[in-house]
Ligand binder design. Structure first.
Ligand code: B12
Ligand code: SF4
Length: 550
């Protein structure tokens, strides 16, 4: 869609920034808002939680029309006077972004820029649905674009690095820009609530402190601990390039540039002090750095000291095997580390090689897990991530993962992800080459990681998730002879019955809508919500999901 861009009369710029994610933390988008505001522009921040992307298959289906007409109208009225709209998206939110963009183009006729992981890896696909695409980090890009548009130079955007844009029917791909090496140059994310809006009860409402508190309490990680968490990142990038992960794409995109960058300890702590002062209900910090433990030791010890003294809230980090040393871990526990999430991913050396994780093999995983276990009495059980359901796995590979799990020191919890070959990753390239990607919409865009295939080994994996399954029993159940009997055709009917019973129990015990309503403090309205979902299409249900929350 090119027309609206060139019909628009440019003047002082006001930019709307929209996120479809269920989790409203949105570090990247809020940083862009802060950057624009610091440069004197106006922004409107809109969170439109789209629960179809959050594992709510019991209630919602992926659909081309994810939002209700009421939600779309609410969004349009809030942004009626803006000059540019930005939408952030991961692959699963492609349809949400398309629906929002269609409505904006048709009704308001202002240009729309897409950014985030999906547009970065698939700019050519995305540019057909919007007017501009930002590839990779975009703080500099958005400022320069806004300046150019303000100056009425919408057809002379060649010097804006990493921008994909259109002139007439022609798509122009500008070269990739340089990564900012001094992350302290960026302001802290915009959590001002000033002209911020959120989709709540199916309606777009101004964000109040109370609404922000409820949504942060409902955040992906905070919800697990019953806390009200603030998410941030103390650095960007990862030293690894696992083949299923977005970092494999970015490392390639920014080759020959320093990719792993850290903010200074002072910059991070000042951000946390500021945000906590403005929002005293925050009682938990969630660092989503890809490589928190990659920080040099003196720096990490400095962080731990300052954090303990000036912040003190329990916190959550991610770490990869091999980077977790006892000295670093102890310092963080002493500073308030509540829980660590670590990717163990696979137990088979063959698959570890395919994932480019041979340097994070079973010896390193178990060593790191032992360090973590030493502090079990002062922390919550660690979360270990596992990837499964790969077409490349043999039964021996699957058993290798279960064997590794049976060797892990307790306590722990597993987060299990049925593999999705995300576009842009090297695993996607390999899988596509091998004919494993046939219908991208069904197999990637609209498929969530919890949609598992049923098998004996997957059942064991799910039983092991809580970390409470007795290891001797797990070891017995993966013994070669037992596996042979359990997977034989004779036992198939019994297996089918067990599977159905297990699925019913699972649905009864874990209802994401109930969990969310509980976290938002709106459980009493859930009956009404469930009733309203009866007979709804996926689209209605997706947009109505926040109605659990009144
Ligand atoms: C934190 C995080 C989350 C958080 C918070 C998400 C949120 N609401 O912000 C949680 C845990 C909820 C989450 C969930 C999921 N995540 Co996640 N997540 C991340 C992570 C680790 C960091 C994101 C981040 O803040 N980066 C730092 C900021 C600065 O970068 P950024 O967000 O990319 O933003 C910059 C640019 O992209 C650009 N930009 C971004 N938006 C826009 C918009 C406009 C208009 C413009 C111009 C530019 C622009 O400018 C920003 C500033 O430079 C990334 C990995 C990564 N390192 O990026 C994965 C990542 C984004 N997640 C991923 C995935 C797959 C998921 C899940 C679908 C499933 C899963 N396996 O976890 C779920 C989604 C469901 C849901 N509930 O939302 C994938 C995306 C792959 C894809 N093709 O879509 C990534 C890349 C990790 C990976 N596996 O490779 N995630
Ligand atoms: S260690 Fe984690 S964040 Fe880093 S590349 Fe591998 S999967 Fe991605």
């Amino acid at each position: 869609m090119v027309g609206p861009l060139f019909d628009h009369v440019w003047g002082e710029m006001k930019v709307a920034l929209i996120s479809p994610y269920p989790d409203i933390t949105n570090y990247g988008l809020r940083t862009l808002s802060a950057v624009l505001r610091a440069a004197g522009h106006e922004t409107v921040v809109i969170c439109m939680p789209d629960f179809a992307g959050d594992g709510e298959s019991a209630h919602t289906k992926m659909s081309e029309e994810r939002y209700s007409a009421v939600a779309i109208d609410g969004m349009l009225s809030v942004i009626a006077d803006v000059d540019l709209v930005g939408i952030t998206l991961m692959t699963h939110y492609f349809d949400s972004a398309k629906q929002l963009t269609r409505a904006i183009h048709t009704t308001l006729g202002v240009p729309v820029i897409w950014g985030g992981f999906h547009p970065s890896v698939r700019p050519d696909e995305c540019i057909h649905h919007c007017d501009f695409v930002a590839v990779g980090d975009a703080e500099d890009l958005i400022l320069r674009l806004v300046d150019k548009l303000e100056a009425g130079e919408s057809d002379a955007l060649h010097d804006i690095k990493s921008l994909i844009w259109k002139r007439g029917q022609e798509v122009i791909r500008n070269p990739v820009g340089s990564l900012e090496q001094d992350l302290d140059a960026y302001p802290i994310p915009d959590f001002s609530n000033d002209d911020h809006h959120v989709l709540f009860e199916g309606e777009l409402l101004p964000v109040t402190r109370d609404l922000l508190r409820r949504y942060l309490h409902n955040g992906t990680v905070s919800r697990m601990f019953g806390r009200t968490g603030y998410q941030t990142m103390t650095g960007r990038g990862c030293p690894h390039a696992c083949t299923y992960c977005g970092n494999s794409f970015y490392r390639d995109l920014y080759k020959r540039q320093r990719y792993v960058r850290y903010r200074s300890v002072e910059h991070v702590i000042t951000e946390l002090e500021t945000v906590k002062r403005d929002n005293p209900f925050i009682d938990f910090i969630w660092f989503s750095d890809d490589s928190f433990f990659g920080r040099p030791l003196p720096d990490l010890l400095d962080f731990a000291r300052e954090y303990k003294e000036r912040i003190g809230d329990p916190f959550y980090v991610l770490g990869s095997p091999g980077t977790i040393t006892e000295e670093k871990y102890e310092a963080l526990v002493d500073a308030g580390l509540l829980c660590i999430q670590m990717g163990i991913e696979h137990g088979s050396p063959r698959l570890q090689k395919m994932f480019k994780r041979s340097t994070m093999g079973n010896d390193k995983i178990l060593k790191s897990a032992e360090v973590i276990a030493k502090f079990a009495d002062r922390t919550a059980p660690p979360q270990y991530d596992v990837i499964y359901d790969l077409a490349y796995e043999t039964i021996d590979d699957k058993l290798a993962t279960l064997r590794l799990i049976s060797d892990l020191p307790k306590p722990y919890r597993l987060q299990v992800f049925s593999v999705i070959y995300y576009p842009g990753t090297s695993l996607h390239t390999i899988a596509a080459r091998d004919g494993l990607v046939n219908d991208e919409k069904a197999e990637i865009y609209d498929r969530m990681f919890f949609e598992r295939h049923d098998s004996y080994t997957n059942t064991l994996l799910f039983l092991a998730r809580s970390g409470r399954f007795p290891h001797p029993l797990l070891k017995a159940l993966i013994d070669e002879r037992v596996v042979k009997v359990a997977t034989s055709d004779y036992l198939a009917p019994a297996g089918e019955l067990a599977k159905r019973t297990f699925n019913v129990l699972r649905k009864v015990m874990r209802n994401p809508a109930v969990e969310r309503a509980r976290a938002l403090g709106t459980l009493d309205k859930l009956g009404l919500f469930e009733a309203r979902l009866e007979g709804m299409t996926g689209a209605d249900a997706g947009a109505a999901a926040p109605s659990a929350a009144k």
